[in-house]
Design a protein around this ligand. Structure first.
Ligand SMILES: C[C@H](O)[C@H](O)[C@H]1CNC2=NC(N)=NC(=O)C2=N1
Length: 93
């Protein structure tokens, strides 16, 4: 079971992810695309990396906006896996 991070670790790790915000025990980012097709193409891109890590984002799609929320459901809060997944998503072109 991944271990929940304390506030200091969360703050420190979030500072390394400029395109993500913390909201309580979640990491959050909203990305805006040209249109619905581009939004879905982006979501499809993150499937394999999420599967490879065995860790999955919560995703909400509204036309060309993709809202991504990451937390470790099994631990009830933020763990190292969340920051690993967020960095992986940030690295997607
Ligand atoms: C069995 C499976 O590995 C677990 O249920 C994984 C799947 N993906 C997951 N993703 C996230 N975000 N949190 C989890 O606790 C989690 N658990």
């Amino acid at each position: 079971m991944p271990v929940r991070l304390d506030k200091a670790a969360i703050t420190e790790k979030t500072s390394t992810l400029p395109d993500w915000k913390t909201d309580g025990e979640t990491l959050h980012q909203t990305k805006k695309f040209q249109d619905f097709v581009e939004a879905i193409a982006f979501v499809n891109k993150l499937v394999s990396p999420a599967e490879a890590i065995g860790h999955h984002p919560d995703i909400s799609i509204s036309y060309n906006k993709v809202s991504i929320t990451i937390t470790t459901h099994d631990a009830g809060g933020l763990t190292e896996l969340d920051f690993q997944l967020a960095q992986t998503i940030s690295n997607l072109v």
